[in-house]
Ligand binder design. Structure first.
Ligand SMILES: NC(=O)c1ccc[n+]([C@@H]2O[C@H](COP(=O)([O-])OP(=O)(O)OC[C@H]3O[C@@H](n4cnc5c(N)ncnc54)[C@H](OP(=O)(O)O)[C@@H]3O)[C@@H](O)[C@H]2O)c1
Length: 476
């Protein structure tokens, strides 16, 4: 069976199950309506009813029916690891509740049963809301005949040990999406933050308060387009692409909007291309947009040997700046080979104390108090923080704009955004030979946890890449 056919069957199955679910809900609803239209039926069941409710066997049966159906449906969906369409549940629940409330009877039995039902329906609505998106659920082999692929999945924040290589459903592109067969991905501090929630803000800003909302990691990818949605204009099957997709790149396949992709630079392998997007975009947008870099300026890159720093040195050079790279002794030669005009070994020299001043300081890593960075700026100089220690990040966020109010110096930060034009610009720089990715280590997908552990130790030299082999090809 070919891939597309299987995916379509899987979708059909989901639609059918959603329909079945709604049908059951309305069936239950119609039973309620009948009962309310024919109070004699209820009265009969509740023998002895005389204005006051009596707990008889018949009454218990009715009450059990109200409780039973929703509980059975919840149980069933747990067993099937499947949730019917969230909105189908909510609409069915809301209609039922509206009917119950609108029933209007004040008879005690009605109020009692209506209360049970409202509680049950609220339970279903809550459950439907809470149940994770089916796209994130790892299905077992063979369920619904879906095609499976390998992906790195995590369901709780923690160290890299919480990552698991699982078989999950291969995604199918929506109308505006591109399905990519991933050949390589790269690891970023971004993935580390979403894995460990070491920055608490991650939990508050959509990551998930107690556990990750999105159970997949991997922003940077490179691969080949396998299929496109009907509204996709820029790409077609077989195109080689790279991009920053946010989440889901540590997998064999991913679907993503076309706006997050660009054609892969022709002179790069998939592994090299996967090393580029997030780090290069951060360096470009930090230097150009926040740093307002100009030819001939004196620019200092602090943390010049990591993923962002290696791109920052080269991009600053491509803008015609005179670049000073700050790194540890083992990385000085690498910085020179990337084009740095001057290098400073941070273990021997503190650049904020040596009397030199720079038009632009780009802080990719490390830590110096904001006041020290300010001292090392020329009178109209600009400081741009990309990352580094928590102290560096929070000082720049909290004090940056306040410290920029006096004098001509500006203290700020960059928050990189996926931008197709910028990806295109970076592709041009790479194809012109002005920028190249530096790859430190490569890991297979099955060792993604090791890759993250290495990155998390904080001493990667350039980028850490994950290579994706497609052993399932034969089976499809
Ligand atoms: N703002 C944004 O939009 C954005 C986007 C991407 C990344 N970031 C942030 O940018 C930061 C850097 O990312 P990255 O990908 O470059 O990280 P990375 O690759 O993990 O950085 C590792 C490098 O940092 C160097 N380093 C460590 N401590 C240093 C110090 N005190 N002084 C100078 N260099 C030091 C290490 O060199 P040694 O081993 O020689 O010390 C190593 O080469 C991270 O904090 C990340 O969260 C921000």
């Amino acid at each position: 069976m070919n891939a597309n056919k299987k995916t379509t069957e899987m979708k059909d199955m989901k639609v059918k199950l959603s329909t079945l679910w709604v049908f059951v809900m309305f069936n239950m609803l119609s039973a309620d309506i009948l009962s309310f239209m024919n109070p004699g039926f209820l009265k009969e069941l509740m023998t002895g009813y005389a204005g006051e409710i009596q707990i008889t066997p018949g009454f218990l049966v009715v009450a059990a029916i109200f409780l039973e159906i929703p509980i059975a449906m919840i149980f069933l969906s747990r067993v099937l690891k499947y949730r019917a369409n969230r909105w189908a549940n909510i609409i069915a629940g809301a209609i039922t509740i509206a009917f119950v409330i609108g029933g209007g009877s004040t008879a005690p039995h009605y109020i009692f049963l209506a209360t049970i039902e409202v509680v049950c329906m609220s339970l279903i609505v809550w459950y439907a809301w809470k149940w994770p998106n089916p796209n994130n659920i790892a299905l077992d082999q063979g369920e619904f005949g879906g095609i499976l692929m390998k992906a790195i999945v995590y369901t709780e924040y923690g160290p890299p040990d919480v990552l698991e290589l699982k078989e999950v459903e291969k995604p199918a592109p929506k109308d505006d999406e591109v399905l990519i067969k991933i050949h390589a991905a790269s690891v970023n501090a971004y993935d580390w933050h979403f894995l460990t929630a070491d920055i608490f803000l991650i939990r508050l800003m959509g990551g998930g308060l107690l556990k990750p909302k999105n159970t997949r990691l991997g922003a940077d990818i490179a691969g080949r387009v396998e299929a496109v949605g009907r509204n996709v204009k820029q790409f077609q099957p077989d195109d080689e692409v790279f991009g920053d997709i946010g989440h889901g790149g540590f997998a064999e396949y991913v679907c993503t909007p076309e706006s997050r992709l660009a054609l892969k630079p022709a002179n790069l392998s998939f592994e090299e291309a996967a090393a580029v997007p997030m780090a290069a975009l951060t360096a470009l947008q930090g230097l150009r947009d926040e740093g307002q870099i100009h030819p001939g300026q004196k620019v200092l890159i602090n943390g010049a040997s990591g993923g962002v720093g290696t791109f920052a040195v080269q991009i600053a050079k491509s803008f015609g700046a005179e670049v000073t790279a700050v790194c540890s002794p083992r990385n000085l030669d690498q910085a020179r080979s990337l084009g740095a005009d001057h290098v400073i070994d941070y273990t021997r020299e503190d650049f904020t104390q040596n009397g030199q001043q720079y038009d632009l300081i780009f802080a990719a890593n490390g830590y110096h108090p904001l006041s020290a960075y300010k001292r090392a700026l020329t009178p109209q100089g600009i400081y741009v923080m990309a990352g580094g220690s928590m102290a560096q990040i929070f000082q720049a966020m909290l004090l940056g704009s306040w410290m920029s109010k006096t004098g001509g110096k500006k203290m700020g930060g960059v928050s990189a955004k996926i931008d197709q034009k910028d990806l295109g610009l970076i592709k041009e720089l790479i194809e012109a030979g002005k920028v190249k990715p530096v790859i430190d280590r490569r890991y297979p997908l099955s060792e993604a946890a090791e890759a993250l552990r290495y990155l998390g130790a904080g001493h990667a030299r350039g980028k850490v890449v994950i290579t994706v082999e497609h052993n399932n090809d034969k089976a499809q």
